[in-house]
Design a protein around this ligand. Structure first.
Ligand code: 6GU
Length: 233
């Protein structure tokens, strides 16, 4: 799980807020070359991971657990991961991430141990390790104490279905490009309004699917209507 030991997640592990362990399923093979794959019954391309090593690895990992933890299987056939799922998983004391390789894993062991088949999006990767790391990073930052500013994780979900507004820092002019004047005004109410409007515009342009879910205020509608009026639509 290299890559998770750095920065925010690494610090959280050092602080004892969470722990992440990797188990190599090949250590549970029962042959000289630690092979865990075989040809698919019925023929076809590629190899299939055998049920035995996966099952024994799961038993070993969960042997000291009071209750069987949820077992997330990373697969393009799963439900697509999103922030709401991350919030649900963050409530769990323990989680297992089962990463397949080759063409897949024997269906019988999946039926026995998997509680949550999850995909991270509509594209195909070579294995489940990167998706597992994406999920672990997303879930970890929701664990209390992991982020310095306790609010920064909470605020986004409370913002609800809106993309973040653009950010600026010094200098106030860069290569002739100015920071929006309202941000230099010190007028906090106007800044808040401007940021809300930027979030609305971004979400509508980039994520029309999310925008449909946004609860628009009277002021939001007035702002959006004022734009379409200007364009004579
Ligand atoms: Cl979870 N696994 C693989 N192999 N490909 C994916 C995926 C998972 N999610 C999106 N593509």
């Amino acid at each position: 799980m290299n890559g998770l030991h750095t920065s925010i997640i690494g610090r959280a592990m050092e602080k004892g807020l969470l722990s992440i362990d990797a188990t190599d399923i090949r250590d549970f093979a029962e042959n000289k070359h630690n092979r865990v794959d075989d040809y698919p019954y019925g023929g076809g391309a590629g190899m299939v991971m055998q049920p035995g090593p996966v099952y024994r690895a799961f038993q070993a990992v969960t042997k000291d657990c009071e209750k069987k933890p949820r077992c997330i299987y990373l697969t393009p056939q799963g439900r697509v991961f999103d922030q709401r799922m991350a919030e649900e998983f963050a409530k769990e004391e323990e989680l297992i991430f089962l990463c397949g390789h080759y063409e897949g894993i024997d269906e019988r062991v999946l039926e026995m141990i998997v509680t949550d088949p999850v995909s991270i999006g509509d594209y195909v990767l070579t294995g489940g390790e990167l998706p597992a790391m994406v999920m672990i990073d997303t879930i970890s930052r929701l664990v209390p104490g992991v982020l310095n500013n306790e609010e920064s994780a909470g605020q986004e979900s409370h913002q609800g279905h809106l993309l973040e507004y653009p950010q600026y820092t010094r200098p106030d002019v860069f290569e002739g490009r100015e920071v929006p004047a309202v941000l230099l005004s010190g007028h906090h109410k106007n800044i808040e309004t401007w940021r809300r409007q930027q979030s609305l515009l971004r979400t509508r342009a980039m994520r029309p699917d999310m925008f449909e879910q946004v609860e628009l205020t009277k002021a939001d509608r007035k702002f959006l209507d004022s734009l379409t009026d200007e364009q004579g639509e």
